[in-house]
Design a protein around this ligand. Sequence first.
Ligand code: NDP
Length: 294
Amino acid sequence: MSAKIIDGKIIAADLRARVAAEVARVKREHHLTPGLAVVLVGHDPASEVYVRTKAKQTEAAGMASFEHKLPADTSLGDLLAVIARLNADPAVHGILVQLPLPKGLDSQKVIDAIDPAKDVDGLNPVNAGRLATGLLALTPCTPLGCIILAKTVHSSLEGISAVIIGRSNLVGRPLVQLLLNENATVTIAHSRTRDLPKVCKQADLLLAAVGKPEMVKADWIKPGATVIDVGINRIPGADGKGKLVGDVDYLGALNVAGAITPVPGGVGQMTVACLLVNTLRAACAIKGIAAPGV
Ligand code: NDP
């Protein structure tokens, strides 16, 4: 058996095209140009690549992109002042502070300062709390992408047995809530879980968000299960340059799973596409017009 490969590249491109069409419509009908501001503190090379990609895709979707690059030694006060200006700026509908921040800057204080209406990363406790209580919320982009990918395989997730490995605020915890909203039966595993392989083997839908290269082995996977691999890990490659792998032993899993996301080319592609969705949603909500059809 060889698993169906869930092609994040194609699914994300389709989502970006639908966002672009909706952006064109709100511009035409409501004179609204959604705007995303990304704040980068310091020069982390991976973060610089992410920020560039976000800016490029924001502009390609017809939205306004604002980049704020601040030196690594920026004080918390100065960073909070930038956020206060963006909170007050009517051209900005989404604010994203690229994480991780340089050591010494308290990221929770920064996240707390973002206006929840513009919190397109969905990390502000107001949005996390709204999501946890089943209210409409801006939701973290990576979990949102995972749900979209899972639904390309299962038209409904109702009653499905879903196991998430990882309980971070960025991925695991919001995934629980999104899966509950889909009426899945959810188990969340973490570093203290006993007999993780056995827990994973119960899953019809297994989502790995751990940050440990190829930790999930083929014999942890229920035959025919759908596997969504969130992990992005750089390991040494044959050419000495290093290569990216997920949290799942992809080649082994291909023989057991029913469907699986590759790394790269799976969940990572969806994260930025969902950021565009969130920015469009935030802009419509702030302007007081109906939520877009994406
Ligand atoms: P965190 O480090 O914040 O969380 C990791 C989670 O994995 C924790 O809950 C931890 O448990 C759990 N864990 C660690 N070791 C084990 C283990 N041996 N067995 C079971 N659980 C374990 O990571 P993130 O959630 O931020 O990211 C997870 C992965 O996803 C990373 O590889 C990251 O790069 C990737 N990622 C990818 C994105 C994308 O766009 N594709 C976006 C965001 C993240 P405990 O809580 O007990 O410590």
